[in-house]
Design a protein around this ligand. Sequence first.
Ligand SMILES: Nc1ncnc2c1ncn2[C@@H]1O[C@H](COP(=O)(O)OP(=O)(O)OP(=O)(O)O)[C@@H](O)[C@H]1O
Ligand SMILES: [Mg+2]
Length: 344
Amino acid sequence: MLAGTNGQGKTNLVEAVGYLSTLGSHRVTGDAALIRAGEESAIIRATVVAGGRESLAEVQVNRAGPNRAQLNRKPVRPREITRTVSSVLFAPEDLAIVRGEPSARRRFLDELLVARSPRLTGVLGDYDKALRQRNGLLKASRGRFGPDPASLDAWDERLVAAGAEWLDARDALVADLAPLVAEQYRLVAGADQQVGMHTVRGIDPEEGGPADGTTAERFLAALQTARQREVERGVTLVGPHRDDLLLTVNGLPARGYASHGESWSLALALRLGAVELLRGTLPSGDPIVILDDVFAELDEARRTRLATQVGRYEQVLITAAVEGDIPGPLHRHVTRIQAGTVLP
Ligand SMILES: Nc1ncnc2c1ncn2[C@@H]1O[C@H](COP(=O)(O)OP(=O)(O)OP(=O)(O)O)[C@@H](O)[C@H]1O
Ligand SMILES: [Mg+2]
């Protein structure tokens, strides 16, 4: 447990651990806010023990220029660091997965996808590149005769090659994750409510896509159907970058229907489901489970159930502004934080 009053640096510390496993912050997009105001860079340095082996992981986050990383004092690509540290972080911002825009749900899924199969980083990168080029082409020729169909066809092919793999991986992920999330929701909320999740995709028949074929064939067909609209609007309208994840509680969409407490429990269940999914599958061992400011939001019964649930994990970091909010069994190691430093 990391204890300290508001604004002392608890989130800062757990964010640094999270950064080592994702190379990003859960709070902000971009790294600028992670570097102390007035400084040019920030350094995260951690001793990581996994599978009985100890290593020193270091990342330098730079305001200008690319980040640098070292593993056991040897320069490595920053991506390498994420293979040595895995974490799942839950924070108040995660309410956006349930209540926010589709992009928050895509980001949740895609971070988990990459954590599960790092190889997919390349696929997602290829897709983004093809998408940017394709959008550039659509935008540049907007309002004129439209782009040269042959060039557009070429980009379609590249978009579909990476996109189909991404869509299939997402489907497989959602299929594996759904029962785990439903179970975690029951365990934490203690309520007999059915949680459901499934993808909503522009290439699906109910969204106007074709009814059969492989994912790649259906994606390509959906692009062809959308082409006229895309040419008019100057942007790519179907693909994994536009899809959504529908979350339901007792058959009703969580976004719009679920109460604050239910939304909170569902967001937590999504993260705990992710922990269950990653456990035992990662070379770096069980993920470090991070719960930032969670307990204050939960009622007494939910606090106790959550404490039991996370008590099974190898390493759990919990932050609290009010120590009394944390159930007794989780008080085993208390670290106090004040004005940005760990008190002895
Ligand atoms: N880039 C930055 N440069 C300088 N100070 C910063 C920067 N980013 C955040 N801070 C400050 O660091 C302090 C610690 O923030 P942090 O979010 O870690 O607090 P916390 O202990 O989690 O508090 P709370 O209990 O309110 O969540 C805050 O006062 C914040 O304003
Ligand atoms: Mg905080």
